[in-house]
Ligand binder design. Sequence first.
Ligand SMILES: Nc1nc2c(ncn2[C@@H]2O[C@H](COP(=O)(O)OP(=O)(O)OP(=O)(O)O)[C@@H](O)[C@H]2O)c(=O)[nH]1
Ligand SMILES: [Mg+2]
Length: 220
Amino acid sequence: MIEYSEAEQRMVLKLVYYGPAMSGKTTNLLTLHELLPRQGRGDLMVLDTADDRTIFFDLLPFFLVAPSGLKIKLKVFTVPGQVKHDATRKAVLQRADGVVFVADSQLCEQANNGASFDNLEQNLSLVGQDIGSIPLVIQFNKRDLPDVISEAEVKRIWEPTGIPLHFSAALKGAGVVETFSTVSAMVYDHVDARFSLAAFHGLTRDDFLAQIVRSSGADG
Ligand SMILES: Nc1nc2c(ncn2[C@@H]2O[C@H](COP(=O)(O)OP(=O)(O)OP(=O)(O)O)[C@@H](O)[C@H]2O)c(=O)[nH]1
Ligand SMILES: [Mg+2]
């Protein structure tokens, strides 16, 4: 739910990394923070417990300016994946403009992925959003580990949904910037359809992506 103030020429967008516990959501943000140049982004705020598990959320903000003068802040959040933190997940998901679902590729985690995806669908509907219309990307993470679900099997299951898929090893930096770029492009298209970013503000999708990803040479 895009926050927009015409008087202040300001827009705030919200992206949420969702998924089961330990799938690598926080690691995606740490990797983005490490790989993307400092210009254009803010500081990373990570709220962990002692054992590295998110208890509330992590936040990495990005800042853009359109040729019209419109200032855009893109706030990238992670939710806590542990089942018991459902109320927090729902709160973080409020007013999201885009979602990355980070699945754990390990075979033993597939039931948790399914339960977490159902939880995403349910929580989106509880905050008044529809999983079929919000910009959404699925990332199968931890491809570097043994005993992972095959790419062919992931594609067989998920390609019919039409949701873009990425494969990653976030801890090693692979696939993280690509996932972020895909969802950011989808969020851009969503915002452009409503606020004419290109026509009124002179901000094309390529400019938008260039400002946040800054042609860092991508990862992987
Ligand atoms: N081998 C491997 N380990 C990973 C990868 N991504 C994350 N990890 C590890 O998995 C563990 C959990 O990662 P986090 O990023 O904290 O997971 P999370 O999804 O934020 O977990 P919660 O905050 O509890 O929901 C950490 O030990 C990470 O180093 C990966 O691509 N490969
Ligand atoms: Mg986390």
